[in-house]
Design a binder for this molecule. Structure first.
Ligand code: ATP
Ligand code: MG
Length: 528
């Protein structure tokens, strides 16, 4: 009998070792095991070994500061996540808090035992094993019998302790691995997002490695530098871009990456007419070693252009304001000082000049006021019924006096009355006819015409003057825009800008047909 017992004992031991070996093998073999799989494998092994009906793993939730069921096996297993206990609470909490195994063969005799909140079968014997990996308490394994009281043997306890310490390591590893996976995924997502931003942002971005070879060239850079990424990848970045200071002297950037941050401008081919500014910054790895650099290129052409036009505008306007005042003052003081010596005709001539100059001043100041109104969005039209032919006639009369220009009106039929702001319409015609004369310094014919077309009134002003080069046509209605074709005719570059704003306020359209050297035709249409 004794012999039989020891044979059974040895058999049991053998099978226990076999179980543990199998458990370890399966976990270490499946490297890609998930946390869920690792925990269930642990619990299955425990149930098979002990014959307990229930086993669960609770892990410590650092945010909540509670132990939470993460896996459960056996009859009436606790629903996941619902059962939470504090550290030190119940037998499981005690084992966790103290980091020690706790065996209770009869829960009735242990005051720490808390009855399960749900009306399930009650546990009779329980063993709780802390999950500790590298001094870090992760949670607790709880094993319980339901049908009978059980005395846990030393062997069982030892085996369970072995499994607990082994599974703590595995769970720790798996959690680490899963966190790593989540981290890598998040990192990838962030990198993708960042890549998309950098690729599509409005400024040009160029990256180069520690040898100075270009490794990245975004779309804006392709556009600004007029090169494709393919063309520049691998090239020395300094061969593509030379930074220059305000005076055009090259900004020295040492290839040894001694530079901290350099700002400068980039020369482009003159026909590109681009004004580029760039900032080069070295890139450092976390150890402070230079691993490359980044160059941000912005196209400042528009800003530069506006800046240039503004300063030109200020000098032209101050000149235009001063010159009529100079002649007004000159002629007025002549009349005052030489009153007796001047004939009445001369006096009349001088006074006429004074009035003309003052009118010029008033027009210029009006343009400036209109500009201010347009800029601040206070530009409005007071519409009323307007007869357009007398209005055109009126404007033309003020220009009749010119000797080298012939001014004709070409309107065959009566035009219907339209709703418009008469003062503004008159201003439009003044600007157009004024330009036509001003930009025909050799003289010639200026024709103002009008006709009906598709429920619209079309008015045009045609001259035989210097014309507008094709590439300049697009910009003539922009503010301060003056054609740079070498003519030295004075102007503020505001007339057509204001004209366009007036036509827009009337829901009309204005455009120009012109060929350089042969004259221009400005046309606008107004809805009836
Ligand atoms: P302002 O009218 O404000 O006194 P401006 O005549 O220079 O100054 P705009 O009337 O806005 O300004 O005209 C803009 C530019 O378009 C002119 O500088 C000129 O180069 C060009 N332009 C306008 N009208 C003609 C025209 N009839 N023929 C040739 N060029 C023209
Ligand atoms: Mg003008």
């Amino acid at each position: 009998n004794l012999e039989l017992q020891s044979v059974q004992q040895r058999e049991k031991e053998l099978s226990t070792r076999f179980e543990v070996a199998e458990y370890e093998l399966s976990i270490s073999l499946s490297k890609k095991v998930t946390l869920y799989e690792a925990m269930n494998l642990t619990l299955d092994t425990i149930i098979r070994l002990t014959g307990a009906e229930r086993a669960s793993i609770m892990l410590w939730d650092e945010k909540e500061e509670l132990l939470t069921v993460k896996a459960a096996r056996g009859v009436d297993a606790e629903p996941f996540g619902l059962y939470k206990i504090k550290s030190g609470e119940g037998i499981g909490g005690w084992a966790f808090e103290h980091g020690r195994v706790c065996v209770v063969n009869d829960v009735r005799k242990d005051s720490r035992f808390i009855k399960s909140p749900s009306n399930q079968k009650e546990i009779k014997s329980i063993i709780c094993l802390p999950l500790i990996a590298e001094d870090f308490k992760m949670g607790v394994i709880i094993v319980g019998t339901l049908s009978k009281y059980h005395d846990f043997t030393k062997d069982e306890i030892k085996t369970l302790e072995l499994i607990a310490s082994r599974s703590a390591l595995v769970i720790d590893n798996v959690i680490l691995h899963e966190n790593e996976k989540i981290y890598i995924e998040e990192l990838k997502e962030k990198t993708d997002k960042l890549n998309a931003i950098v690729r599509d942002m409005g400024d040009g971005v160029l990256l180069f490695d520690k040898n100075g070879s270009i490794t990245f060239f975004n779309r804006a850079a392709e556009y600004i530098m007029n090169r494709t990424e393919e063309q520049v990848i691998g090239n020395e970045w300094t061969s593509l871009i030379t930074l220059r200071d305000d005076e055009g002297k090259p900004v020295s950037i040492e290839p040894s990456f001694k530079f901290k941050r350099s700002k400068g401008f980039i020369n482009t081919a003159p026909e590109e007419r681009k004004f580029l500014s760039a900032t080069a910054t070295p890139l450092l790895n976390p150890h402070g070693e230079k691993i490359g650099g980044i160059v941000v290129i912005s196209d400042m052409s528009k800003e530069k252009e506006i800046e240039k036009m503004k300063s030109e505008f200020v000098s032209i306007v101050s000149h235009d304001l001063r010159s009529p005042l100079t002649s007004v003052k000159g002629y007025a003081s002549m009349i005052l000082h030489y009153n007796d010596k001047l004939t009445d005709d001369k006096k009349k001539e001088f006074l006429e000049i004074i009035i003309r100059e003052v009118e010029r001043l008033v027009r210029l100041i009006k343009s400036l006021l209109d500009l201010a109104k347009i800029e601040s969005g206070r530009f409005e039209s007071q519409k009323m019924p307007v007869e357009i032919i007398p209005l055109i006639q009126n404007v033309m009369d003020t220009y009749r006096s010119s000797e080298i220009h012939k001014i004709n009106m070409n309107i065959k039929r009566d035009l219907p009355v339209i709703m418009a702001d008469p003062d503004q319409l008159e201003q439009v015609l003044h600007n157009l006819v004024g330009n036509a004369i001003k930009y025909s310094p050799e003289g010639g014919e200026v024709e103002v015409g009008g006709y009906l077309e598709d429920n619209k009134i079309i008015i045009y002003v045609q001259d035989q003057g210097i014309g507008i080069p094709e590439e300049e046509i697009e910009g003539v209605f922009d503010k301060f825009h003056r054609v740079k074709s070498g003519h030295r005719i004075a102007g503020a570059g505001l007339g057509l800008f204001i004209t366009k704003n007036i036509i827009d306020a009337h829901e009309g359209r204005i455009w120009v047909e012109s060929s350089h050297g042969k004259g221009s035709k400005f046309i606008f249409s107004l809805n009836l």
